[in-house]
Design a protein around this ligand. Structure first.
Ligand code: A2P
Length: 319
């Protein structure tokens, strides 16, 4: 099975990475150290996760202990919504670099196509519109991160085909990655086709259905991805786990995937998904039939605030 793919900037991204969203600061350091120790080389981070300092301690210790070199690692972080002004991008990136104890990132992503005022936070959200702070101007700041050598690659997250198209038209450096929610219940065929045609790599977040997402994100009617009978029966057929079926599906459909775990057994299990067996054509077509447009991270936290310029329609562009 392919373990990494080349991005449009000529650098390689390992297809299996460790997610750190929802990993508590007290747990994430040991999780990252354990992951690197067993062979992970791709770590997905973000300023907003509030745990980059602990991730940085883990990275620095692994490098000092010769478990890996900096060059072996592929580290991603993300620009938060309150730093979208062009002039704010590099200072925001510097904060993540300092926390992560790194000189450069392998990938820096615009976290959401949403702009918040400085000082805005959940419970007291204050927005600015994309007309006031256009994504094209944020992207100029992202491009300067590459020119300054602070990020080897840049990309976006939660972008629709419509937003990607418009970014491609105005950009000097095209986005290398779009990180979006993707799993067998939300297969994103339109985005997959567009990204493939335009050499934008797609990374799947919440690949396992993010069962530990905040309560406010949950709906009693949400389907239970890992209990799906088709996924469970494919897992039984190959003597692997449902999580491994989902991760293999992501990699065999040419996307990278970043399952979050702070549990050593599950960290190892998820990495094992990069090895034999591979899913066969019957498995892949049974999984393809599971698509049902079910989003676990709906983005309604940006839209259900009175006065917000964001709606579900203009966030996802109806895609
Ligand atoms: P834990 O951190 O205790 O392992 P996602 O990556 O979609 O956000 O999902 C993360 C959730 O899935 C966490 O609750 C995580 O728990 C759990 N998880 C991670 N790996 C596995 C696995 N192999 N089997 C079952 N649950 C898993």
């Amino acid at each position: 099975m392919e373990k990494s793919l080349e991005l449009n900037n000529g650098r390689k991204i390992p297809l299996l990475g460790l997610g750190t969203w929802k990993s508590a600061p007290g747990e994430v350091k040991s999780a990252v150290k354990e992951a690197i120790r067993v062979g992970y080389r791709h770590i997905d981070c973000a300023y907003f996760y509030g745990n980059e300092k602990e991730v940085g301690e883990a990275l620095s210790e692994c490098i000092k202990e010769n478990i890996c070199t900096r060059e072996d690692l592929f580290v991603t972080s993300k620009l938060w919504n309150s730093f979208h002004e062009e002039a704010d991008v590099l200072p925001a990136l510097e904060i993540s670099l300092k926390n992560l104890q790194l000189d450069y990132l392998d990938m820096y992503l615009i976290h959401w196509p949403v702009v918040e005022e400085k000082g805005s936070s959940f419970g007291n959200l204050k927005f600015r519109s994309l007309e006031e702070v256009p994504l094209a101007s944020t992207w100029k700041g992202m491009e300067s991160a590459v020119k300054e050598g602070k990020a080897k690659g840049i990309g976006v997250s939660n972008f629709s085909v419509k937003k990607l198209k418009s970014l491609l038209e105005s950009s000097e450096i095209p986005p290398a990655v779009n990180q979006v929610e993707r799993h067998p219940y939300l297969q994103q065929p339109k985005l997959m086709e567009f990204c493939s045609a335009n050499k934008i790599h797609l990374t799947c977040y919440s690949p396992l259905g993010s069962t530990d997402r905040p309560e406010s994100f949950k709906d009693p009617n949400d389907p239970k991805l890992m209990e799906d009978s088709v996924i469970v029966s494919i897992a039984k057929k190959h003597s692997i786990t449902p999580a491994q079926v989902i991760l293999k599906w992501a990699m065999q459909t040419n996307t990278s995937t970043i399952p979050k775990s702070v549990n050593p057994g599950r960290i190892a299990q998820n990495l094992q998904a990069t090895t034999e067996p591979i899913l066969d054509a019957d498995d892949l077509s049974a999984l393809a039939a599971l698509n049902r447009n079910a989003r676990f991270v709906r983005g309604d936290f940006w839209t259900n605030v009175s006065g917000s310029p964001y709606t579900l329609e203009n966030l996802w562009d109806g895609e």
